[in-house]
Design a protein around this ligand. Structure first.
Ligand SMILES: C[S@@+](CC[C@H](N)C(=O)[O-])C[C@H]1O[C@@H](n2cnc3c(N)ncnc32)[C@H](O)[C@@H]1O
Ligand SMILES: [Zn+2]
Length: 267
């Protein structure tokens, strides 16, 4: 566990019978699903921070159906085979995190999310897996040692540049996925009077851009419950008027998927 550090005093966390502890006896018990809660109350700004349980369950249902499989595959291909440690920031219910672990069976893969409901779902699905550990934590105060990660991934989640730079090894890699310009454009056009393009991420301090590309494809959803899951997991779709929502659910949904993938090297 040399990669983990105490969120309270920053000393290394070592394994004991109940879970993890630092030299100052800050104890973090292992939950029955196998994850750790490394989010100190002072970093918790609401009772249930992060995405809501219903949103995470919808995301699980939608992702498990394979709609984002091409993105998972592309990201797996981007990972250096020599990766020994990888951290997925804002891992949600763990679809991509588990995919990274599958692609790197020798590596230690970590997933963190501020939403306990997400980490719980992710850890449950990874119960019998080795080399994959989930924790409840904030991306603004990562419970990881300095220069402990070969790769950090961030898919549709927030982060703080200084924390990214601190935990990644010199020469290590950062991969950021954000919605591309045409992502769910048809749905956005039906909701907003004026559709504003998604902005391209700015290179975080301490990194140089290695490559930037977009991955796009058609999205066709015939099943009503899958359409409902997409609307539930997509925050802008919560603004839908009830009549519009009903009409979307009544028909086959056709739209565009467009992911912007940026890969950076730490200086
Ligand atoms: C759109 S979801 C993406 C989840 C996952 N990466 C995926 O693509 O399936 C964004 C995630 O970021 C998490 N999140 C939001 N703020 C966070 C923070 N400060 N620290 C860690 N996670 C955060 C949310 O709880 C949510 O699970
Ligand atoms: Zn401590």
């Amino acid at each position: 566990m040399k990669d983990l550090r105490c969120p309270l005093c920053h000393h290394p966390l070592l394994q004991n019978v109940q879970g993890l502890a630092c030299i100052n006896r800050h104890q973090f018990d292992r939950a029955k699903e196998g994850y750790f809660n490394l989010l100190p109350v002072q970093n918790k700004h609401s009772r249930e921070p992060g995405d809501a349980k219903e949103q995470l369950q919808a995301r699980r249902q939608f992702l498990q159906a394979g709609f984002f499989h091409p993105l998972k595959k592309r990201l797996q291909e981007l990972l250096p085979a020599t990766t020994a440690t990888l951290l997925d920031i804002g891992c949600g219910e763990g679809y991509f995190t588990a995919g990274f672990s599958d692609a790197l069976p020798q590596a230690q893969v970590y997933g963190i999310d501020i939403a306990k409901a997400g980490v719980r779902l992710a850890a449950k699905a990874a119960k019998d897996k080795t080399g994959l550990l989930y924790s409840v934590a904030s991306s603004f105060a990562l419970p990881f040692a300095d220069e402990s990660m070969d790769v950090v991934t961030r898919i549709y989640a927030p982060s703080k540049d200084t924390e990214l730079c601190r935990v990644i090894k010199p020469g290590g890699k950062l991969v950021i996925v954000t919605p591309g310009e045409n992502h769910l454009l048809s749905l956005r056009t039906r909701i907003y009077e004026e559709v504003r393009p998604h902005s391209r991420p700015i290179t975080p301090e301490g990194f140089v851009l290695d490559e930037h590309h977009c991955l796009s494809g058609d999205l066709r959803i015939k099943e009503r419950d899958m359409c409902a899951a997409l609307l539930e997991m997509t925050p802008f779709a919560w603004r839908l008027a009830p009549e519009l929502r009903a009409s979307i659910l009544a028909n086959e949904l056709r739209d565009t998927l467009d992911f912007a993938i940026s890969s950076y090297n730490k200086k």
